[in-house]
Design a protein. Structure first.
Length: 167
């Protein structure tokens, strides 16, 4: 469906207006599209809408608690149609659409990084997680406690000097 186009973002979404339907929302470098699957046995993908980025007037986030992505696009007959979409991270979607509509700042300049790119930290250095072995202070002998009376005794002792219990 998107042959030759790089998909910038993709997520499960629900179209609330003009009609209610669920599907997958895609943002490519050229268009914003929503696709849903139809059929019980032979599933096929059907486009709910396919908007060229040039026809998109604006994209913004609406709502305080339940945020929605509002996209307005002009139709072939010149009318502006609003699309209300429920999708995760609506603000990053509206920013990504705006960034793609703006395009590069100058010919040959790279596009600003989109928020769709995931942060991947450097591989952890296992040396930073290793803790040095704890050594007892110099001049002290390791001790343990008697299993019978609780007296503190040297760790190498076979018997408790207080009660005589074998350790």
């Amino acid at each position: 469906m998107f042959s030759g186009e790089r998909v910038e973002r993709s997520a499960k979404a629900t179209l609330l207006e003009p009609t209610k339907t669920k599907g997958q929302l895609y943002l490519t470098e050229r268009r914003l599209a929503m696709v849903r699957k139809e059929g019980l046995i032979r599933k096929k993908e059907v486009a709910v809408f396919d908007l060229p980025l040039g026809s998109v007037s604006f994209a913004r986030t609406e709502g305080l608690i339940s945020k929605k992505l509002i996209v307005a696009a002009s139709s072939a007959d010149g009318r502006v149609l609003p699309y209300k979409i429920e999708v995760g991270k609506t603000k990053s979607w509206s920013e990504a659409i705006s960034n793609l509509k703006r395009g590069p700042a100058a010919p040959g300049a790279p596009m600003p990084p989109s928020s769709y790119q995931q942060y991947q930290p450097a591989a952890p250095s296992y040396q930073q997680y290793q803790t040095p072995a704890v050594q007892p202070p110099a001049g002290t002998e390791a001790t343990k406690y008697c299993i019978q009376c609780g007296e503190r005794i040297p760790s190498r002792a076979g018997f408790c000097p207080r009660c005589g219990q074998r350790q």
